[in-house]
Design a protein around this ligand. Structure first.
Ligand code: 8YV
Length: 327
């Protein structure tokens, strides 16, 4: 039996529903402790004493961290960890890990699918066929929008942004980007501000992380810069968008269309976005294939195993990079 396969006498808290493959591996390697949700009021005395790790889809705030005095690590299932208070974790000496790389290509694929669907109305066209309208009414109408000739701005040029940019290259589209910092050695045009990027393009793809720094960064002003042929795609986090401003921009023709995989208050989607004829909406499925979610589950659990066997993480988030395992 390898070290990784041996059962460790360590309690791992798993709030709410979790990935089945991850649960199977946690059950083999650790003592799994279930709780309905990550809520300090549900933490029992036994949990306070025993829990040393959390595996979760996020939603771990400062109060939850404080409720577990023996907590050493939060293994976040997902690359985005805006719903984990990583700064507070760092201050408390708690490691936070996420699942980068293993979902990059899947999310980039989904982004391109969402972009094409938004611009070429593929879902609506398919529905036309399935509803029998092709037989009854003849050919589907020509799509008003096209990808041809578009200039695409990427907000958030990290691993996923880059994978999207490479795909857009292959489509023959012009790409530029805005990021906190210019990415050295990258040939795409860099804009130091989001406003500058929005002025320069007609298609904006948001891959930026959530959190206070990007809260409602996509507002009425940014959207109006895209112009009446403008297309907005969001695959990052819903919190990055002022959804009321987006709904208004779609309604009054400030922009032409939007494709959204993420929303500010999931699974609630604002009625105005649901009812808009020029939106393509997905239920946060960017990384949601069995293949990729299994790889994410493995990395999430491998981080826990590495921490409790070798006392080091595999993929620490930047805020907790200097957190050391307790003696
Ligand atoms: C997650 C995501 O799987 O990785 C992310 O940041 O957005 C998703 O692909 C989802 O948030 C569940 O944690």
């Amino acid at each position: 039996m390898t070290k990784a396969e041996a059962k460790l006498p360590v309690a791992i808290l798993v709030p709410g529903n979790f990935n089945d493959h991850a649960i199977g591996r946690i059950d083999k390697a650790f003592q799994r402790v279930r709780v309905e949700r990550a809520d300090p009021s549900l933490v029992t005395d036994e949990m306070r004493k025993s829990v040393r790790g959390i595996a979760s889809f996020g939603g771990i705030d400062a109060a939850m961290i404080d409720a577990l005095p023996n907590l050493e690590i939060i293994a976040n299932f997902g690359v985005g960890y805006d719903s984990v208070d990583a700064r507070h974790a760092a201050a408390r000496g708690v490691m936070v890990t996420n699942t980068p790389d293993v979902l990059t290509e899947e999310v980039a694929d989904t982004t391109i699918g969402l972009l094409i669907n938004t611009v070429r109305e593929l879902y609506v066209a398919e529905k036309y066929l399935r509803d029998g309208d092709w037989l009854k009414h003849g050919n589907y109408r020509l799509s008003r929008l096209t990808l041809r000739g578009r200039s695409v701005g990427i907000f958030g040029m990290g691993r996923i942004g880059l994978a999207i940019a490479r795909r857009l290259d292959a489509f023959g589209l012009q790409v530029s980007y805005h990021n906190r910092r210019k990415v050295e050695g990258l040939a795409y045009e860099y804009h130091a501000t989001l406003q500058g990027l929005a002025e320069a393009v007609d298609t904006l793809i948001c891959v930026a992380p959530g959190g206070a720094a990007t809260e409602k960064a996509i507002n009425a002003e940014i959207l109006s810069e895209l112009g009446s042929n403008g297309v907005f795609i969001n695959i990052g986090r819903g919190s990055t968008v002022d959804e009321a401003a987006l709904a208004a921009a779609l309604k009054n023709g400030t922009i032409a269309a939007a494709g959204l995989d993420v929303f500010a208050d999931e699974p609630n989607v604002p009625r105005a976005l649901l009812e808009a004829p020029n939106t393509s909406l997905l239920p946060h499925v960017g990384s949601a294939s069995q293949h990729t979610r299994r790889a994410m589950a493995d990395l999430c659990v491998d981080n826990l195993i590495s921490w409790f066997t070798d006392r080091r993480p595999l993929t620490a988030v930047p805020e907790t990079i200097n957190v050391k395992a307790r003696a």
